[in-house]
Design a protein. Sequence first.
Length: 221
Amino acid sequence: MIITIDGPAAAGKGTLAGKLAEKYALAYFDTGMVYRAVGLEMILGGYSLDDTAKAESLAQGLTFPRMMALSEYPDFRSLAGSKAASVVAAIPGVRKALLKMQQDFSIRPVFADGSPAKGAIYDGRDTGTVVCPQADIKFFVTASPEIRAERRYKEYLQKGQKANYQEVLTQTLLRDKNDFARESSQPAKDAVIFDTSELSAEEVFDQACEIVENRKKTLEK
Ligand code: DC
């Protein structure tokens, strides 16, 4: 079974994906990691984010183990890292170079320890539209920019990182503008949409499980 969860930053995609992955024993691919990895390579190499050719060549050379190693760096999820990821994700050549790596995961999904899984759950922006248009279930998770900025702001503080709410909100709006300028980031036509502004993580999970259970019954027939 393949499940995709798309939507804007800090809408609750990762929380839902993690819970579903655990309940249904699915391997999890947070596809934002591929763009964060290329963005961080640009920062570490001291390249200007305008250097499209460099970003493309780094994307072409990215491997899964290198991405996992980069994910250990503090800047992988910092404000600077998020900005770099958003900039490189807007480069068509970068997206093209990173597509196969994401799609291959649905053919041979593996858990974090490398053992094989019977299915996969993706989270990102275009996983239901471009990466896995054949997915069995597609969710689109969203929430208002203010609520998402507040969640990110609290996350930064919890991690002991300095943050300013207004700055996080400005960054959230800017990332939305960048990330949703692409047609592929719009919800897939067959996606189920959850607005988590008014729903708790538990409520979203319960509703999603009901959909998964129904779909499983059809798949088993
Ligand atoms: O989900 P995230 O915040 O970790 O994503 C980092 C960046 O990568 C974000 O700016 C959007 C981009 N992204 C994308 O364009 N397509 C995806 N499938 C996943 C993420």
